[in-house]
Design a protein around this ligand. Structure first.
Ligand code: GTP
Ligand code: MG
Length: 373
C-alpha cells in the first residue's frame, strides 16, 4: 500500500490536483484525487513537472559515495595490482572456517606474534609473494543477508561443498548470490579425506545448477580439498591467483580511501569497531572518515592478527578504531577533507535513515519535492 495520494502530491508540488490527474490520464492511467500513487507514476510525474524526487527504497548508494566517485578518477598511471577479495560461502558445517584456518595457520603462523587472536571475518594470506584477502561467511540459513553482502564486495566466490554431503540449500543460495553479483565461482570440494566422499555427485549436482566442471566441458574450477589434511589447498590458492590474474584487479593507492564495512560492533574499552575491506586508495591512521552514520578520525588500524598497522592498501582487510558510532555492515567508508564534512555526511545519512524508517510502507519520499522548480 502506498501512502501518497494524488491530492497530496499536487499540494506538494503546488499544482492544481486536476492538472496532475489530467497528466496521469494522458499517460493512460485513471486516478481520482484520493488514490495512492505508485512509485512509477510518481517518477513520471516528477519528470513531467520538472522536480526532484528521492526514491527511498533505491538506497544503494548515498550522496557521499557519489561525491567520492566524482571527485577524481583513478589515474591510469597510478593503477597497481591489488589483492583479490575472496568470499567463502557454503552450507552450514561444510568446512568454510576450517579451510580458512588451515590456510591461515599454514601461511600466517610464521609472523604471528604472541598468538594474538582476534575475531574478524576478514583475513589476508600471502601466496607466491601476493596477498589474498578472504572473507568468511556463516552457512546457517538465518544469515542470508551476510552472504548477500559478502557477495557484493567480493571479486571471486568460493563455494565450499562437503564431498560427503553434497549440494544443500545454502550451497544453492551461495551460487545464486555469486551469480547475482556476477563474479567468478570456484568450487572447493571439501572433506575429501572422508571415506564417504563422493566428488562426482557434487559435480553432477552443481552441473544441474549451471556450474559445470572444466573436465566436464564447463568453465568452472572444482578443486578437491581437505581442511583436515591440507590436501589440495595449495591448488586452491593457485586457482584463486590464476582467476585473479584474469580479472586484472587494479586500484590506485594514491587516492583517498574507499572501503566497505564487513562487520562492526561496540567493544568494551575500544568503542565502535569496524572491519573494512579497502576497495580503492590507501587507508591511514589519522584519516578523517565517514561510514554511514559514523564518522571520526582514525585512531588506530589493526590487521587481521590484531597488530597495529599504519595503513591498509587496496584489497586489504583492516579493523578501524576511532569512529563515533557503529557503522552498519555493508556501508561504504570514505576519507573526506575535514571533520566538518564528515559530520555533515553522517548527519545526512542518519536523517535519511530516519526518513526511510518513517516512510516504511511508502516507496517514495516527498520531502525532496520542495526542491521543485
Ligand atoms: P558454518 O560457519 O557454521 O557454516 O560452518 P563451516 O562451513 O565454517 O564449517 P566448519 O569449518 O566449522 O566445520 C564443520 C565441521 O566439519 C567441523 O567439525 C570440522 O572439523 C569438520 N571439517 C571441516 N573440514 C573438514 C575436512 O576437510 N575433513 C573432515 N574430516 N572434517 C572437516
Ligand atoms: Mg564457519
Amino acid at each position: 500500500p502506498e501512502e501518497i495520494r494524488v491530492y497530496e502530491f499536487a499540494e506538494k508540488i503546488n499544482k492544481p490536483v486536476g492538472e496532475v490527474i489530467k497528466e496521469l490520464f494522458s499517460l493512460g492511467v485513471m486516478f481520482t484525487k484520493n488514490d495512492f500513487l505508485d512509485k512509477d507514476s510518481i517518477e513520471i510525474l516528477a519528470d513531467t513537472f520538472g522536480i526532484n524526487v528521492t526514491t527511498v527504497n533505491d538506497q544503494e548508494s548515498f550522496d557521499y559515495v557519489k561525491a567520492y566517485d566524482e571527485e577524481g578518477e583513478a589515474s591510469e598511471q597510478n593503477l597497481v595490482e591489488r589483492a583479490p577479495v575472496i568470499t567463502i560461502m557454503g552450507h552450514v558445517d561444510h568446512g568454510k572456517t576450517s579451510l580458512l584456518d588451515y590456510i591461515r595457520s599454514a601461511k600466517v603462523a610464521a609472523g604471528e606474534a604472541g598468538g594474538i587472536t582476534q575475531h574478524v571475518g576478514a583475513y589476508m594470506v600471502e601466496k607466491n609473494g601476493r596477498n589474498i584477502t578472504f572473507i568468511d561467511t556463516p552457512g546457517h540459513e538465518a544469515f542470508t543477508e551476510m552472504r548477500s553482502r559478502g557477495a557484493k564486495v567480493t571479486d571471486i566466490v568460493i563455494v565450499v561443498v562437503a564431498a560427503d554431503d553434497g549440494v544443500k540449500p545454502q550451497t544453492k543460495e551461495a551460487v545464486e548470490h555469486a551469480k547475482a553479483a556476477g563474479v567468478p565461482i570456484i568450487i572447493a570440494v571439501n572433506k575429501m579425506d572422508k571415506e564417504s566422499a563422493n566428488p562426482d555427485l557434487v559435480k553432477a549436482q552443481l552441473a544441474e545448477l549451471g556450474i559445470t566442471p572444466i573436465d566436464w566441458g564447463g568453465e568452472h574450477e572444482f578443486v578437491p580439498v581437505s581442511a583436515k589434511t591440507g590436501m589440495g589447498i595449495e591448488d586452491l590458492l593457485e586457482t584463486i591467483l590464476l582467476q585473479a590474474d584474469v580479472l586484472e584487479l587494479k586500484a590506485d593507492p594514491s587516492r583517498d580511501v574507499k572501503a566497505t564495512v564487513i562487520e562492526s560492533s561496540l567493544e568494551k574499552g575500544r568503542g565502535p569497531v569496524a572491519t573494512v575491506v579497502v576497495q580503492d586508495g590507501t587507508m591511514r591512521v589519522g584519516d578523517i572518515v565517514v561510514a554511514g552514520i559514523a564518522f571520526g578520525k582514525v585512531k588506530a588500524l589493526l590487521n587481521d592478527r590484531g597488530i597495529a598497522v599504519k595503513e591498509a592498501l587496496p584489497g586489504e582487510p583492516v579493523v578501524v578504531l576511532g569512529l563515533s558510532e557503529v557503522p552498519g555492515a555493508g556501508e561504504t567508508l570514505i576519507n573526506v577533507k575535514s571533520d566538518k564534512i564528515a559530520r555533515e555526511y553522517a548527519k545526512k545519512k542518519a536523517e535519511y535513515l530516519r526518513q526511510k524508517e518513517l516512510s516504511k510502507s511508502t516507496k517514495v519520499s516527498l520531502d525532496e519535492l520542495s526542491d521543485m522548480i
